[in-house]
Ligand binder design. Structure first.
Ligand code: NDP
Ligand code: MG
Length: 403
């Protein structure tokens, strides 16, 4: 099939995490460009209700549900409406739709370490990967970047900060083999909104509720990343993400709290120039940039009204109140398996907080305890990392059940 406007073939897209916030935004942008994209596959875990609606609207060739029961239920519902979509299930099926020879672009938007294997499959198969799932880089940065380069994949960051940096950087991620200095870059400035508790005292943080933590002031996001934003672990994960994407050392990445979320990040060059990308906080901008790259596409995002914004504020992050940020910097500097342990401990701690089984300040406490108790190793293989991830999850659960 050809795009009648540009007369180039339609890009076939697989969306991993289709029922999530990023997945739905991606489908929104794709729907605005029916002459450019066709939905090849949609994948999620268990949300049959939402997936059924998406399949009806986008008629993908394949749909994958991680859970077998969910796949069965969905298959029945799709059969009843005469749908031609093939319903698959399980981990291998996620990898299959990520690496399928007909697929051009894979939106990697599963949440957490679960996103690693299909993202690796897309990398090995040389796809254009739109990476929202930052946990892939935190857990397995070196192996993932190797797979991207070896597989000849194109890696485009979707996380708004990294997408902003990419837009003002001279070279694409994974294509840059030299240091930042070799391309004239002095440092990267990652902006952070500060989350819902930017001005909360430590005493207040000790008692915050799940509902308060989920209520982000600027962005609409899934539950896990919303809690990560509230603890500022999200920014910590993004520091590690920036390290791998842009070949930046920890001391070349600075976090600046910018409550308005209008400047999405900045790059300082050695001549004193500082380039930034601005826009309304709406993930459809970075998603459209990734989908259309190197072209620019309409995204449906409204124009930035600078007069209405009126002011842009900047403050330094406070690591006393938000120790997760320091834990992430420390894990990056320690290297080896430390970021994988940090990520696993964080996922379990956030899950426990979302289940209202642990307090907000126990999130950094347990991550710190698990990292301090772990023996750090060099990363050997994906299997090794998965074992480390599992071990760290167990250690976190043990700490949480004994405190
Ligand atoms: P959501 O929680 O909204 O969505 C998660 C998606 O992943 C759902 O489709 C869910 O399916 C699916 N999923 C979860 N576990 C599995 C699994 N084991 N196998 C297959 N699918 C699975 O998350 P977000 O969209 O907010 O975030 C997705 C990723 O993007 C995260 O890594 C996040 O850090 C990153 N990101 C998000 C941003 C945002 O603005 N939301 C901004 C920058 C990065 P189901 O519905 O069936 O459970
Ligand atoms: Mg971000």
């Amino acid at each position: 099939m050809y795009d009648s406007v540009t007369s180039s073939p339609l890009k076939k897209v697989t969306i991993l995490g289709a029922t999530g916030t990023i997945g739905l935004h991606t489908l929104d942008v794709i729907s605005q460009h029916p002459h450019r994209f066709s939905v090849f596959a949609l994948a999620a875990s268990s949300n049959v209700t939402s997936m059924f609606v998406l399949c009806k609207k986008h008629a993908p060739r394949y749909v994958v549900m991680l859970q077998e029961e969910s796949a069965k239920l969905l298959a029945e519902q799709l059969k009843n409406i005469g749908s031609k979509t093939h319903v698959l299930h399980g981990q291998d099926a996620l990898n299959f739709v990520s690496a399928h020879e007909e697929v051009d672009t894979v939106m990697a938007a599963i949440v957490g370490a679960a996103g690693l294997q299909p993202a690796m499959a897309a990398a090995h198969a040389g796809k254009c990967i739109l990476l929202a799932n930052k946990e892939t880089l935190v857990l397995a940065g070196s192996l993932f970047m190797q797979a991207v380069n070896k597989g000849g994949a194109t890696l485009l960051p979707i996380d708004s900060e990294h997408n902003a940096i990419f837009q003002v950087m001279p070279k694409a991620p994974g294509r840059q083999t030299g240091t930042l200095a070799s391309i004239g870059v002095k440092r990267i400035l990652l902006t952070a909104s500060g989350g819902p508790f930017r001005n909360a005292s430590l005493e207040e943080l000790a008692n915050v509720t799940k509902a308060q933590a989920l209520n982000h002031p600027n962005w609409v996001m899934g539950p896990k990343i919303s809690i990560d934003s509230a603890t500022m672990m999200n920014k910590g994960l993004e520091v590690i993400e920036a390290h791998w994407l842009f070949n930046a050392e920890a001391d070349q990445i600075e976090v600046v709290v910018h409550p308005q979320s209008v400047i999405h990040s900045l790059v300082e060059y050695i001549d004193g120039s500082v380039l930034a990308q601005l826009g309304n906080p709406d993930m459809r901008t970075p998603i459209a940039y990734g989908l259309g790259y190197p072209d620019r596409l309409m995204s449906g995002v409204s124009s930035l009204d600078l007069l209405k914004t009126a002011r842009l504020d900047f403050v330094a992050p406070d690591i006393q109140r938000f120790p997760c940020l320091k834990l992430a910097y420390d894990a990056l500097k320690a290297g080896g398996t430390a970021p994988a342990i940090l990520n696993a401990a964080n996922e379990i701690a956030v899950e426990a907080f979302l289940a209202e089984k642990t307090g907000f300040l126990d999130i950094p406490n347990v991550i710190d305890a698990v990292l301090s108790g772990a023996i750090l190793e060099q990363v050997e293989s994906i299997e090794h990392l998965i074992a480390v991830d599992q071990q760290a999850r167990k250690a976190t659960q043990q700490w949480l059940s004994s405190h």
